[in-house]
Ligand binder design. Sequence first.
Ligand code: TNX
Length: 606
Amino acid sequence: MFKRIAFVPAFILIWCQGYTQISVIPQPTEVTLQSKADSFSITPKTVLVINNSSLQPSVDFFNLYLQEVSGFTLKVSNRDTGDNSIFLTSQNNIHGESGSYTLDVTKKGVTITGKDGSGVFYGMQTLLQLLPVKKASVLNIPLVKVNDSPRYQYRGMMLDVSRHFFPVEFVKKFIDYLALHKINYFHWHLTEDQGWRIEIKKYPKLTQVGAYRDGTIIGHYPGTGNDGKRYGGYYTQKQVKDIVAYADKRYITVVPEIEMPGHSSAALAAYPYLGCTGGPYQVRQTWGVSKDVYCAGNDSVFVFLENVLDEVTALFPSKYIHIGGDESPKDRWKVCPKCQKRISNQNLKDEHELQSYFIQRIEKHLNSKGRTLIGWDEILEGGLAPNAVVMSWRGEKGGIEATKQKHPVIMTPSSHLYFDQFQGKRSDEPLAIGGYLTLEKVYSYNPTPSVLTTEEAKYIKGVQANLWTEYIKSPEHAEYMIMPRLSALSEVGWTEPQQKNWTDFKRRMEKQYQRYEALDVKYAQTVFNVKQTIFIETERTLATVTLETDSFEPMIYYTLDGSEPTKNSQRYTKPFTVNKSTTIKAANLKDGQPVGKTSEQQVIIN
Ligand code: TNX
């Protein structure tokens, strides 16, 4: 972080900047601070220079950010005007994979050299993080040299827009957040039991019928009733194209997910012939898993899905197309004459092999269009489709198995990367699906399991976090769930393990919170809450109390008499013991004021 030292020589107050450490997230491969005192000043006179119009998206993003955080923009030129410029160029001899870059800040100017367009973009993201976070017309940045390369080529984040619908404006904001974190895949979960969200011209009822439900359960599943309110929405193909182009300018590929054979109630409600029983079906109003799925014995289901996928591939240039594949019960298939006939005609062993037949048939179609199928790890059951990519969500088991079968894998285990879980103590947090996923736990994740051989490890293509939205109804709540955990994800996907360090990450996050605030992000402040860990001895005569937060160098104060902690209370420095029953109240104070929530815990001693 930057330190400001004030001194007063002869009547004039001069602020001199002293740089000690910088705070870039994700942590780059190599950062060298060239000077503790000198800096380069970006002013409204500084010029952005690009020698190739393909780099325009990087300067456009730079100016959008600068306008938002600092209140001005820079002129863009295609000629180097000498000093006081930020020069962006791409050269494929830069060391490392796609996305690699070098950044060089001298007293005279800045040079960003990317391996490719995305490398330039990421170099520019790093430069944005060197800016002071406040409105000013002179922005001093430290003289640094950065060499940087991503660890994985797939760094993703998923948004479920089906359980709850999010407007185009928010989807774009979400994409901006990914861009700021050097994340390059936006997995867009577009179809579900509770809503079909993408216009398909050939099947208008998918959105006329499938995009709306007549109510939603109240509270946590199974709920305390139904609100009876019609709910829904969808994206037109025009909006989809606009979002794909928006993401493309941020070097983000949008991977659409069209769920099959399960999680398809909305499509069945629109076209009941797609199910085994012929319906009627309902756009689901509760969460969980439905037994009604696409019929695997009916050829017209494949005609339908292939037509849908043809419209989808026309909208999304992504090489990857996600077809879901998760949580598809076999109940209907077991008693469906058409499904049973398919099993015998195709010499399949059981319904798992029927699912594998289903996915392989879809894969053939996608492959014929030059696309690669991604599925959740259930697609392993009954045999993996020959060219499929596996997204491992039920832990790492499926992912590990897929690497042994030489299939590419994206790790997204629910244990570490499901951002729909509570990020702090349940009573302090908004309703969530369950679980407990702190910033530290996300940060600790290593997508390449240590049990893999070097050869197997090559199949781990990357990592993704998911935001399922059963309990997330508003953009503000979605922001709260992803921020700050997205910052931890970015470092998990980008930074080599030997460069990662939890304490230093917490230090760098202090600056990141300021950036969030400058961008008006409604981030969760749970990291500032004091967590109490109490260890009670077997005889219950003594308890050891540890107080900590997920923030850097907290100032924790506590009381044992039930009163609110203030700066005059006991300052916590190390674990302490109590030998009688008491209530421990602890708070994290910044400039004497509490940050985060005060925590309270009762200890019973015999
Ligand atoms: C499982 S993850 C699901 C989703 C739910 C999620 C809730 C996956 C492939 N399926 O349908 O929303 O759990 O955490």
